[in-house]
Every structure is written in structure tokens, then in C-alpha cells.
Design a protein around this ligand. Structure first.
Ligand code: FAD
Length: 422
């Protein structure tokens, strides 16, 4: 296992910026293909939004074997989110990759239009790390942005982004009586003494007990006795790459959580004695920059289940889940998320136009506002990470640029050849 000595890390084959689900998968995949790999994360824990913003469960599907391995390892710790970061750390270290925590990626090192490494800021000061290929798994695409890659933000027309949410954990719940509500459909079906859960929450908004943009209170299962996870708060008209917005959203989201908890105590059987057991380290940001790649995924591609010759993720599957940028809940006309057919993600969505030495991974890849609302979930971004890590290792080993490599080699290493229609 590599030591955490800075000197060992000055030059690597593959450098992964960001330790969320896509970055973790990218690091494991690259190291397993023999690349000298380092993953750099700004916080003290791996796992990204799933860990630091408490957004769970691990949703979505794909046919990536690496995702299957993560799920198996996670089951062995009883699906306990408090130790998911260590599950990831174990898998990364077993693969031979190095981990650097508490280190912010500040900007890329550039040679013309080619990324040649990154600069990180940590307790030791500013450090330059060289790499043959950098994978941007920062979710906001911080490396790609500073490298000058082209990007889009928000929905077509007005550029508005999906809202941000503080997800948090309640203790003191009487689980034998406490409602579980996963989505809007269930909110209509669940009955409490005052009516359907949906009606009760709507009335709470009208009466001023809840902020007006809270239209649904989702409560998810926790593996611990007396605990539930709450997904209800919603801060609209904010951009996670604007620091004033981010500050406002953190404070507003946490204040909303207080109102939601009080509402549950007063209106939801089983929650009378609940209390806030844990707030997240950071507010959850659903959507920011989407970089333009050699290929681009659209809503039509997902709804029709389009197959691509250059697929590096097969059978990705999750609804187009757009939380309303302007008001409460999901944005689709009928009130619920739009269905998709299992779809491919082509390699070109990971290759930024015109910038070399760089691959995109996770929720910042090339696709529309609607397509992003499906592939952003954790199991799918992990599959994207597995593809990015594999491609980066191949490029580094061949001393070539990510855009130059033969995609069929990536598909073969990912075990996808049998499923690709030529
Ligand atoms: C409120 C909310 C609820 C959600 N619910 C679910 C759910 O139930 N199930 C599900 O599967 N998905 C859910 N998602 C979506 C999912 O969590 C994210 O889309 C997914 O985590 C994206 O993965 P990623 O690896 O691209 O980015 P992230 O998970 O955001 O990881 C990025 C990592 O990079 C690090 N980083 C960022 N910038 C820098 C920098 N400059 N230097 C160093 N490190 C940096 C971050 O700290 C982080 O660890 C939800 C999202 C939100 C916001």
C-alpha cells in the first residue's frame, strides 16, 4: 500500500480530482489496470454527496461489475452509511492507488490546451502534482472549468438549476408507527389521522408551518434503531458554483430542516419524540456545470434507450428526476419523474472538446439538463467512473491522449464487448 508521503505523489499516471462515487470508481479502475494512481479529495472523507451530504440510498442501475462489487462490500457493513467512506478507502488501497484527503484542487497545470497535472492546497501549502491523465470527478468540473473547457449550466431557456437540499438524520423515531415515504406517489397513498400525507404537507405549507417550497416530506429507512433520514428541504434559485448562493443555501436549508422536524413531531405518528441526530457536513447540490464532450446525451437518447457503438456504460437505468427549479417537488407536468429505457453512455461524453490530458467523470459529463437528471445518481456515476479510470489507464500506458485511444479496448477491459451491437 503506498504511503501518504507527499514526495511519492509528485508525478503519477492517473490523477483523480474528487473522491465521490465516480472518483472512487475511477481510481480503483485505473489502479487495477496497472496505472500509478492518486485520488485527491477536499474533505476528510471519501464518498462525495452520499457521505458528506447524506444523500442515499445508492440509486440507479447499470451492468458495471465494479458497481456490483461496491454493493457487495457495502452489504457486508450492513449498508451503514457512516462507514461507506471506509469501504471506499479499503477498495482504493487494495487496488494500489494512493489517497490524499484534506486537499483542495485549485487549478490544473497546463501546457497549451493540455492538462498536465493539478495544483492542490492543503496544510502543507500549495503542491503541484503531475499526471499523464487527470480525471475530473469534482462534480462541478472544477478542473475542466479552469482548463477552459466549454460547458452548459441549467435548463434550456432560463438556465435555472435543480434546487439544493439539506438531507438529515432523525433519532427518537418510533419505527413501529412511523411512516416511510419514498416519493410523491407514495405521499398520495400514505394515510395519517389528518388525511393523506400529501394533503397534510400541503396544508402545512398553506398554514405557514412549512416553508412554501416544501411540497413533500420524504422519510427514508436507516439501518439504525429509532432513526430515519429526511429528504424534504429545498432551496431554489441557487447555483452551487456561486459562493454567495452556496452560503445562503446552506443556512436556509438548515433552517428549513428545523421547521420540517417540528412539523413531523406535530403531524406524523411515530415522530412525536424525534430529534435531529445528525445534519450533513454540506448541503446537497444536484446540478452545476455540464461540460461539452465529443458526444452528448439527450432526453430522447434516454427515453428511447439508445445504444451507442462507443458505449462505455451499458444499461444505465434511472428515471429523469428533475426537482423543480422554481417551486416544490418534481418538475414534470404530471408531477412525477419521466421513465427511461435502459440506455448507453458513450465514451465521447467523458472526453471534453479541445482539452487534452483530461477526462470527465460523474455528474459533470456531457449531456443535457434532462439527461443529467437521470445519470447523476450514484450507481450510474460509479459506472461512469469505472469507464473513465479504465480509459485513463490505457491512455497513460500508451502515452496517448484520451481522445485518441481505441474505445473497443476500453469496452473489452470493462467486459462490455459481448453486449455492444456493432
Ligand atoms: C439532495 C440530493 C439527494 C440525492 N439523492 C440521491 C439518492 O438518494 N441516491 C443516489 O444515488 N443519488 C442521489 N443524489 C445524486 C448523487 O448523490 C450525486 O449526483 C452523485 O453523488 C454525484 O457523484 P459525483 O462523484 O459526480 O460527485 P460527488 O458525489 O459530488 O463527489 C464529488 C467529490 O469531489 C470533491 N470535490 C469537489 N470539488 C473539489 C475540489 N476542488 N478539490 C478536491 N475535491 C473536490 C467533493 O468533496 C466530493 O467528494 C442526490 C443528490 C442530492 C444533491
Amino acid at each position: 500500500m503506498p504511503s501518504i508521503s507527499m514526495n511519492n505523489f509528485r508525478d503519477v499516471d492517473v490523477l483523480v480530482a474528487g473522491g465521490g462515487p465516480s472518483g472512487v470508481a475511477a481510481a480503483i479502475a485505473a489502479a487495477r489496470r496497472g496505472a500509478n494512481t492518486l485520488i485527491v479529495e477536499r474533505y476528510g472523507r471519501l464518498g462525495g454527496a452520499g457521505v458528506t451530504s447524506m444523500v442515499n440510498p445508492l440509486m440507479g442501475r447499470s451492468c458495471s461489475p465494479l458497481v456490483g462489487e461496491v454493493l457487495e462490500r457495502f452489504e457486508k457493513v450492513q449498508g451503514d452509511w457512516e462507514v461507506l467512506d471506509l469501504v471506499y478507502a479499503d477498495m482504493i488501497q487494495e487496488s494500489g492507488a494512493g489517497i490524499m484527503l484534506h486537499s483542495w484542487v485549485v487549478d490544473p497545470l497546463m501546457d497549451g490546451r493540455r492538462v498536465t497535472g493539478i495544483r492542490v492546497l492543503n496544510k502543507q501549502g500549495l503542491l503541484s502534482l503531475g499526471a499523464k491523465v487527470v480525471i475530473d470527478a469534482t462534480a462541478d468540473g472544477d478542473v475542466a472549468f479552469k482548463a477552459g473547457a466549454e460547458y452548459e449550466k441549467g435548463r434550456e431557456g432560463d438556465g435555472l438549476l435543480q434546487p439544493m437540499t439539506i438531507m438529515y438524520r432523525l433519532g427518537g423515531v418510533d419505527k413501529s408507527r412511523a411512516l416511510l415515504c419514498g416519493n410523491e406517489e407514495e405521499a398520495f397513498e400514505i394515510q395519517v389521522p389528518e388525511g393523506s400525507w400529501h394533503e397534510v404537507v400541503q396544508r402545512g405549507g398553506e398554514a405557514g408551518e412549512l416553508p412554501r417550497n416544501i411540497g413533500i416530506i420524504r422519510t427514508y429507512e436507516s439501518p439504525h434503531p429509532g432513526e430515519r433520514i429526511v429528504n424534504a428541504t429545498q432551496v431554489n434559485y441557487v447555483d452551487g458554483t456561486n459562493i454567495e448562493d452556496l452560503t445562503r443555501a446552506e443556512l436556509e436549508g438548515r433552517r428549513q430542516a428545523l421547521a420540517v422536524t417540528k412539523f413531523l413531531q406535530q403531524h406524523a405518528p411515530g415522530y412525536e419524540d424525534c430529534y435531529i441526530a445528525q445534519m450533513p457536513q454540506s448541503i446537497g447540490v444536484r446540478e452545476t456545470r455540464r461540460f461539452l464532450g465529443e458526444e452528448y446525451l439527450t432526453k430522447d437518447d434516454l427515453v428511447s434507450g439508445r445504444k451507442w457503438k462507443s458505449a462505455v456504460v451499458r444499461d444505465a437505468d434511472f428515471v429523469i428526476d428533475i426537482h423543480n427549479p422554481e417551486a416544490t417537488s418534481q418538475a414534470q407536468a404530471e408531477g412525477f419523474a419521466a421513465r427511461v429505457q435502459p440506455y448507453d453512455i458513450p465514451y465521447g461524453c467523458l472526453v471534453p472538446r479541445e482539452i487534452d490530458g483530461l477526462l470527465l467523470s460523474g455528474r459533470c459529463i456531457s449531456g443535457s439538463h434532462e439527461a443529467h437528471a437521470s445519470y447523476r445518481v450514484q450507481q450510474i456515476v460509479m459506472a461512469i467512473g469505472a469507464a473513465a479510470g479504465t480509459a485513463a489507464a490505457i491512455a497513460a500506458q500508451n502515452n496517448s491522449q484520451p481522445r485518441e485511444i481505441d474505445v473497443s479496448t476500453v469496452q473489452e477491459k470493462l467486459g462490455l464487448m459481448a453486449t455492444i451491437r456493432q
